[in-house]
Design a protein around this ligand. Structure first.
Ligand code: G3P
Ligand code: CA
Length: 377
């Protein structure tokens, strides 16, 4: 690209939203999170495609991950579970009801957890049609019949394009899967993801070559310790939440007794018990191998993924001062990218990597629609 074309593109991008000017301020090169990210071998700021590009394609399926890779996300995020016959899978919910046709295929077993099905049984399920029903405006005929993916298949996608994203892997419900941390180590080792990997071509995403090519994340303290024992050299993130088994709240009135009609409004009302309580969690995370935190965040327009505000400026300042980076979940809109970036974070989990890439002034070279069509969707 000529320098004039580059400048034109930069100006076009920069004028897209006022948010971007603010984002440039928030991303000032002096951010402590930038230095900490670089020290840990992670890109900064990080674009983490939450369950793939899951706004535009069914979560944790082939098109969601291919789209995230092709758009230029730094990481493919996935939730790790294990089949009855021991195969590692990318799947968020414990139950198959929301995102598959389990009720049609195995009606008597529809309520059973993922762990009670073999891979052959899971591969009989349609993991795409639910999306077409839930989101008709984003539906595509080609999503019907999509399959649940194994970890190996997600790794194939990460390796399969010119962009070489990293993997951001959450041990989901790890207490249901004893030994899953050791299984994950074995799987990553077998695929060569615990050693240096080949570089991407110039101009392509090259996160898979960085030391932070894999980031391990969990809400579960025991799982964090096990992940650290198995893979001490791999960067780890403790996911943060307020509630039972997590950060203690200031007030422990349950949602049902709170008078709030809207769950997002109730979440937004939740405060940490004290600064000392928050500090204790950051200290514990660091002492047990984490290089960062994944805090819940409150979104301007509420909605299903708007949670408690654990990215207040004082929290971010404290976290950085204690040497940890901050990747909040799950943020999809410029208004929230801007406000939360200004509070001092180091990237985001997002269902809409195209929007976040645009916000960070490194827009995708092709539209979502064009990429999906070109890849057969
Ligand atoms: O892993 C970060 C974020 O994904 C945590 O929430 O429920 O979407 O896995 P969840
Ligand atoms: Ca997750």
């Amino acid at each position: 690209m000529s320098s004039f074309a580059s400048l034109t593109r930069l100006l076009t991008v920069t004028t897209l939203t006022g948010a971007m000017l603010l984002s440039a301020t928030a991303m000032a090169s002096g951010s402590p999170g930038k230095a900490l990210s670089e020290k840990a071998g992670l890109p900064w700021p990080a674009v983490i495609a939450h369950r793939g590009a899951s706004f535009d394609a069914p979560e944790e399926t082939l098109p969601a991950f291919i789209l995230a890779r092709e758009l230029g996300a730094d990481y493919l995020e996935l939730d790790l579970q294990r089949s009855k016959d021991g195969v590692l899978l990318a799947l968020h919910d414990d139950s198959l009801v929301r995102t598959t046709n389990i009720a049609e295929v195995f009606p008597a077993r529809a309520q059973e957890p993922v762990s009670s099905f073999t891979l052959a049984e899971l591969k009989q399920l349609d993991a795409g049609s639910w999306f077409n029903k839930a989101y008709p405006a984003r539906a595509r005929d080609s999503y019907a019949g999509l399959k649940i993916l194994t970890l190996d298949e997600v790794i194939d996608i990460a390796e399969g394009g010119a962009n070489k994203p990293g993997l951001y892997i959450e041990t989901k419900q790890p207490q249901q899967f004893p030994g899953i941390e050791a299984d994950l180590k074995q799987a990553l080792e077998k695929r060569g993801w615990l050693r240096e990997r080949p570089a991407a071509a110039p101009g392509q995403v090259n996160v898979a070559q960085l030391p932070g090519r894999v980031v391990l994340q969990t809400f579960d303290k025991t799982s964090l310790q096990l992940l650290h024992k198995e893979m001490p050299q791999v960067p780890k993130v403790l996911l943060l939440w307020i509630g039972q088994g997590a950060i203690a709240p200031k007030s422990s009135v349950a949602f049902k007794d709170s008078g709030f009609k809207d769950k997002a409004a109730w979440y937004a009302s939740q405060e940490v018990k004290s600064e000392a309580e928050f500090a204790a969690w950051i200290d514990w995370a660091k002492a047990n191998g984490a290089i960062g935190t994944g805090p819940a965040s409150r979104l301007a327009d509420g909605g299903e993924q708007s949670y408690m505000d654990l990215v207040k400026p004082w929290m971010n300042t404290m976290t950085h001062a204690k040497g940890l980076i901050i990747h909040p979940y799950t943020v999809d809109n410029a208004v929230d990218f801007n406000a939360i970036s200004a509070a001092g974070v180091d990237g985001f989990f997002t269902n809409r990597p195209a929007q976040l890439l645009e916000f960070y002034a490194r827009p995708a070279k092709e539209t979502v629609d064009s990429l999906l069509k070109r890849n057969g969707y």
